[in-house]
Ligand binder design. Structure first.
Ligand SMILES: CC(=O)N[C@H]1[C@@H](OP(=O)(O)OP(=O)(O)OC[C@H]2O[C@@H](n3ccc(=O)[nH]c3=O)[C@H](O)[C@@H]2O)O[C@H](CO)[C@@H](O)[C@@H]1O
Ligand SMILES: C=C(OP(=O)(O)O)C(=O)O
Length: 419
């Protein structure tokens, strides 16, 4: 298992190119299964999750080629409607092949998903949406067995609360169903709009993405298309917090301010200067330290759960006391005790963490527990005195493209230690 060795205390100066969004790329890749014609995707990040989904798509019969960040997918014939445990267990997004397989082949057997261990993460809303569209679903031995012998039919779906994955799944299935589907209380994340744009480029009729009501008029056939994956807003936020923790100045190439939602105002409030420039964002911390503030994670446009861990790292060194409330996942504070090993003062009570800022963290051996938690440890390590050794780097490889390279180019002392 690889580790990252970081010598902290150096400011970051330079340019960081922001990659395509993992959480969008994985969903638009699943869309390739909906058509017997090619789908060309630009700006796809080379990540472990992308490779894993590629293996799954290949096992369904999809031909693929990856050149730079351009991914060509062609699911001319679906050769298998089964998504085995080994390819689905590591990543939640792979479960989203169920809807396309069902829509196109009228049957599928897909393992229940894995993903970061940040809570129970059920898929009942996904299955309810597919059932509303006429699918017969059974669960057995960790697998979902689904069939729709007459094909999927448009339905009115009202989610009781916002789910990004279930909204995407409903869209992926409805686009090739017969008739019209309405999705009420739909997620409004930018990745939902990106998926809608990709489906529409393929000939789909998805309206209302980015609002709470999405309407999908089913079509019989989707055709060849090209789509550019939007920039990763979580990677953007993570590097903003990195330079806010270390000092210095970064230009985040390709980053988009409009994707940050409520996080933009929070970052400004804690003392970060964010400036939109041609083709990206320029970022620097205004004073010697950030000031503490409180956040509550919410679906977009609220403060994203995927930036909560990184924000906590920043608050450990801020001036004052911050409370951080996690409302999306019930077990997403595993970075708190690890940050504690570096001298952070964090008290966790249920879904709320109270962080008392300290003047400086001290490097320590720490354990990455999930994807975004790992990045919070990297941020803490970059700012801490002395050496931090981050164990279990494979989590980071799921979601941050060329992390060490990007940081090294800006003056960070960070190296991968192979074991
Ligand atoms: C709303 C939200 O911020 N969603 C985040 C969630 O998306 P992801 O798609 O993984 O999760 P959902 O948005 O579906 O989950 C939101 C909430 O709904 C619950 N749930 C979900 C589906 C279901 O069938 N039943 C159910 O109870 C989940 O346990 C969770 O408490 O994790 C991703 C990875 O960290 C983030 O990028 C998304 O921003
Ligand atoms: C937790 C994440 O991924 P997954 O949903 O695949 O676990 C994430 O992107 O932060």
């Amino acid at each position: 298992m690889d580790k990252l060795a970081i010598i902290g205390g150096r400011p970051l100066y330079g340019d960081i190119p922001i990659s395509g969004a993992k959480n969008s790329a994985l969903k638009v890749m699943a869309a390739a299964l909906l058509s017997d014609e090619p789908l060309t995707l630009y700006n796809v990040p080379r990540l472990a999750d992308v490779d894993m989904l590629l293996r799954l798509l290949e096992q369904h019969g999809t031909a693929s080629s990856f050149e730079g960040s351009t991914l060509r997918l062609h699911a001319k014939d679906i050769t298998s409607t089964e998504a085995p445990y080994d390819l689905v267990r590591k990543m939640r997004a792979s479960f989203n092949v169920l809807g396309p397989l069902l829509a196109r082949e009228r049957k599928a057997k897909v393992s229940l998903p894995g993903g970061c261990a940040i809570g129970a993460r059920p898929v009942d809303l996904h299955l309810k949406a597919l059932t509303a569209m006429g699918a017969k679903i059974e669960l057995d031995e960790g697998y979902v067995f689904a069939e729709a012998p007459e094909g999927l039919k448009g339905a009115d779906i009202a989610f009781p609360f916002v789910s990004v994955g279930a909204t995407e799944h409903a869209m992926l299935a409805a686009v090739r169903a017969t008739g019209t589907t309405t999705i009420e209380n739909a997620a409004r994340e930018p990745e939902i709009t990106d998926l809608a744009e990709c489906l529409n480029a393929m000939g789909g009729k998805v309206m209302g993405s980015g609002t709470s009501t999405i309407t999908v008029e089913g079509v019989a056939h989707l055709h060849a298309a090209e789509h550019q994956v939007l920039p990763d807003r979580i990677e953007t936020g993570a590097y903003i917090m990195a330079v806010a923790a270390t000092g210095g100045e970064l230009e985040l190439k390709g980053a988009r301010a409009d994707l940050l939602g409520a996080a933009w105002a929070v970052l400004e409030e804690v003392g970060i200067n964010l400036e939109e420039i041609d083709g990206g964002l320029r970022v620097k911390r205004l004073g010697d330290r950030c000031t503490a503030t409180d956040i509550v994670t919410q679906p977009f446009p609220g403060f994203p759960t995927d930036l909560q861990a990184q924000f906590m790292a920043l608050m450990t060194m801020a001036d004052g006391v911050s409370t951080i409330k996690e409302t999306i996942f019930e077990n997403r504070f595993m970075h708190a005790p690890e940050l504690g090993r570096m001298g952070a003062k964090i008290a966790v009570d249920g879904q709320t963490a109270t962080v008392r800022g300290v003047a400086r963290l001290k490097g320590a051996p720490v354990m990455a527990t999930d994807l975004r938690a790992s990045m919070s440890l990297v941020i803490a390590g970059l700012a801490a005195e002395g050496q931090t050794m981050v164990n279990r780097v494979y989590h980071l490889d799921r979601g941050f493209e060329r992390l060490e390279e990007k940081l090294q180019a800006c003056g960070a002392l960070i190296e991968r230690v192979k074991e």
